[in-house]
Design a protein around this ligand. Structure first.
Ligand code: ZN
Length: 331
């Protein structure tokens, strides 16, 4: 997990593809972000936005990336506070099972933003995790996972073209320079090896959800879909091997129903550029009520939801598998 702070007061070009075909599609008041984080998580993020009144949501028409400008990422104390929330580091992520299909037992694996190192259980013995949070690193020892505190760039310089697979799950959306980040992952990967990244899918549940503060700065600063991930692969000199858009996970059925109810009953609360945050009493309470209704409904409708194909590809996550140079071993 990155914990650097980066600010860019001007965003003349797309941070992935370099195109100047950028559109400012909507603003979020920094004060609303501060209020939202305080209200939902009891976190004070005001220090991140000193001197910044608003953030603009920029949309690149060339590659479909969305990012918030100025780019303001979470600092160390922000991530320390988040890590103290019991649910923050998911031991298991659904995309682990997808990624596992692209990792052979004999492969050497580097995971960036490894958290507690839960993905090590899906790999062979040659696993190295990089993580900034010392508490997460300490917990990784309980999993017997080899997780160390070291920045990706430094590790890539010391271990060039060393790993069969380099992966980062739910990390890219936190970093200020995703192109450089994936280029560093590629630098640590051997020719023919794989770079695997997963991110929240803007074309899935996260894209339509209002007041989703953890999908907003300073936590998440970019928003991705298939197209922008494809552009990222190209920008980092990688070829795209596969995309996997996750189905709505069982524990997100309530979220899915809340968004569907929102579409039907309160379409003005559906998230879109310029409408990502609504903190007025009525709107905030209405969305919370829909959320609770969705969760209750999910318990009743679970057998039905588990069988339906409507949830395919509309879940939280999209995963991209990229290849460095020509494959040297069969898939
Ligand atoms: Zn672009």
């Amino acid at each position: 997990m990155t914990n650097s702070i980066a600010e860019s007061r001007n965003a003349p070009a797309c941070i992935v593809c370099g195109s100047s075909s950028l559109v400012d599609v909507g603003d979020i008041a920094a004060a609303d972000l501060v209020r939202g984080y305080r209200k939902r998580f009891g976190l004070d993020v005001s220090g991140h936005f000193s001197g910044t009144a608003k953030l603009s949501e920029m949309h690149c028409r060339a590659c479909d990336l969305r990012f918030f400008s100025p780019i303001i990422t979470g600092n160390e104390s922000f991530y320390r506070a988040l890590a103290s929330l019991a649910w923050y580091y998911m031991a298991e992520k659904p995309e682990f099972a997808i990624a596992r299909r692209f990792v052979k037992t004999a492969d050497s694996v580097l995971e960036v933003g490894a958290g507690r190192g839960a993905f090590a259980a899906y790999c062979g013995r040659q696993y190295v995790g990089l993580e900034f949070n010392p508490e997460a690193v300490a917990q990784a020892r309980c999993f017997d996972a080899n997780v160390i505190v070291e920045p990706l760039e430094k590790h890539a310089l010391a271990h060039p073209a060393s790993y069969d697979v380099c992966c980062a799950f739910q990390v890219l959306e936190h970093v200020a320079d995703p192109k450089q980040f994936v280029a560093s992952m590629a630098a640590a990967t051997r020719p023919g090896g794989r770079v695997i990244v997963s991110v929240p899918n803007e074309a899935g549940l996260p894209g339509g959800t209002i007041n989703d503060f953890l999908n907003l700065p300073p936590h998440h600063v970019t928003r991705w879909n298939d197209r922008s991930l494809g552009a990222l692969a190209t920008a980092a000199g990688l070829s795209l091997e596969a995309f996997e858009s996750e189905k709505v996970a069982v524990y997100h059925h309530g979220w899915y129903l809340a968004v569907e109810l929102c579409k039907l009953l309160a379409p003005h609360l559906m998230a879109r550029p310029g409408n990502r945050v609504r903190l007025g009493f009525t709107d905030y309470a209405l969305w919370r009520a829909l959320w609770l209704l969705g969760r209750s409904g999910a318990l009743i409708l679970r057998p039905l939801l588990e069988r339906t194909d409507r949830l395919r590809g509309r879940g939280h996550t999209v995963l991209a598998v990229m290849r460095k140079g020509e494959p040297t071993t069969p898939a």
